[in-house]
Design a protein around this ligand. Structure first.
Ligand SMILES: [Zn+2]
Length: 451
């Protein structure tokens, strides 16, 4: 569909309740405008909004009440107060979620993440957060040259929020109006990739937004068959896992278009994104205060802590993302003066290949863990063509028999009837020597150049 028509239809038909769509678009414009402000105005704005968040947390969130008790909070001292607070982790929230929820929260919904380090988490978002997350993704896509209404091909995991057939129909209609098409990254079999290629050739997306590993798989498949895709028209946005230099080069060569890396999470949307200078990722400073917890954050990677200025229902203040990062020095040639991340040492996962030739992206397993209670962390391991293990680190009393049964049934469905699946409950799972955690491991994993 023509981008102008898509914008028009979306404005008329989508999310008019509470002016949701209008407010998302307004917020997106604010994000774009914020990047162009001078450092003093940005700083002042962030300090005042941080002060408002800390004040609300001090009054309404049990975790922060003792930490901020008796402290005067205002724009001038907000950043210093922030520095005095201890970082918060997913594990802490998991073990006592009520302590992190505001007693004044309104218009709240529950959401899940599989967690960047294999730590599943249930969290709450309010209406403002919901809009902020949507607007942040538009902002990240716009840094890659996309304009509202332009066609986007999503090579992404399925959305499990949509349970009913009516829900699925509504979502399909919505995506059609928004000029988006979805290609399931959880099924990257050769037959599927061939059909994705044909469908994208017809659709002519301006942008492909994809898991780094999934678009790399597609690029490998196309290269092996000598196929030259005539899409996307502008760029590829890579997200959700680490994009290595070799992956980027391969994808850019096959598609003949630049790759823009993006960093974000389910809790908060797009945190940082690459501009066309490709010299690190600009932080979304309107929504986040980002810190790299290292004695030398420009040279030695440290924990990436984020303070999310949008969510008052369950404030994430110095929240440990589970990823490590380095800050970029100097200013960017694009003219934006915002903070940049030079590199993110983030999540990594292997693609699981079944006997039936199905190629399942690692993100499938994080989606599998959405809303599962009693699990601190998980790891999925493929030991052989038919042998699989799901390792679960126990939280409290651990997952109950009903949960285990449901996980087993879904895994069997995904992996095929011949798969032997073992589910093991452990007191503790091992990390990699780097301190990072690989949440899917395939002992059969092969690089596409060797296939
Ligand atoms: Zn830039």
């Amino acid at each position: 569909m023509n981008p102008h028509l898509s914008r028009l239809l979306a404005d008329i038909l989508l999310d008019r309740r509470n002016g949701h769509r209008r407010r998302v678009v307004e917020r997106f414009r604010r994000l774009e405008h914020f990047d162009c402000l001078g450092p003093d105005r940005r700083e002042l704005n962030r300090r005042s909004r941080l002060a408002a968040l800390l004040t609300s947390a001090a009054e309404h969130v049990p975790n922060f009440q003792p930490l901020l008790k008796g402290r005067m909070i205002h724009a001038d001292n907000a950043l210093e107060l922030l520095g005095d607070l201890p970082p918060m982790t997913r594990e802490e929230i998991q073990s006592d979620p009520v302590r992190f929820v505001s007693d004044a929260a309104e218009d709240v919904r529950e959401d899940y993440t599989g967690g960047s380090t294999g730590t599943p988490l249930r969290f709450l978002v309010d209406g403002e957060t919901h809009r902020a997350r949507e607007a942040s993704l538009m902002w990240a896509d716009s840094l890659a040259g996309w304009r509202p209404g332009e066609r986007i091909a999503m090579l992404w995991g399925s959305d499990r929020d949509v349970a009913s057939a009516t829900g699925r129909l509504r979502l399909a209609l919505r995506w059609w109006i928004e000029n988006r098409r979805w290609y399931n990254a959880f099924d990257m079999s050769e037959r599927q990739m061939e059909s994705y290629h044909r469908a994208m050739t017809r659709f002519r997306p301006h942008l492909i937004v994809a898991y780094a590993g999934a678009v790399y798989e597609l690029a490998c498949y196309l290269a092996q068959r000598g196929l030259r895709p005539a899409y996307p028209e502008r760029a590829i946005v890579s997200s959700a896992e680490v994009l290595t230099a070799a992956m980027r080069e391969r994808v850019e060569t096959v598609f003949g278009r630049p790759v823009f890396d993006r960093y974000g999470n389910r809790e908060a949307g797009a945190i940082a994104a690459e501009c066309d200078a490709h010299a690190g990722l600009h932080v979304n400073e309107y929504d986040f205060i980002v810190e790299v917890d290292s004695p030398d954050p420009y040279r030695r990677p440290g924990r990436l802590l984020m303070t999310y200025l949008a969510n008052y229902a369950m404030p994430l203040i110095r929240y440990d993302t589970g990823d490590l990062a380095l800050l970029a020095e100097g200013s960017c040639s694009c003219g934006r003066r915002t903070q940049r991340l030079a590199r993110i040492v983030g999540r990594s996962s292997d693609i699981i290949v079944t006997r039936g030739g199905k190629r399942i992206h690692g993100e499938y397993f994080t989606h599998l863990m959405y809303g599962v209670d009693g699990v601190r962390r998980f790891q999925f391991i493929q030991d052989g063509l038919d042998d699989y293990r799901l390792l679960l680190e126990r939280e409290g009393r651990g997952p109950d028999a009903g949960v285990i049964g449901r996980l087993r049934a879904r895994l069997q469905e995904a992996l095929g009837p011949e798969a032997r699946v073992r589910i093991e409950i452990r007191d503790q799972l091992d990390k990699l020597p780097s301190g990072k955690f690989r949440f899917t491991v395939s002992r059969l994993a092969e690089e596409c150049s060797r296939r």
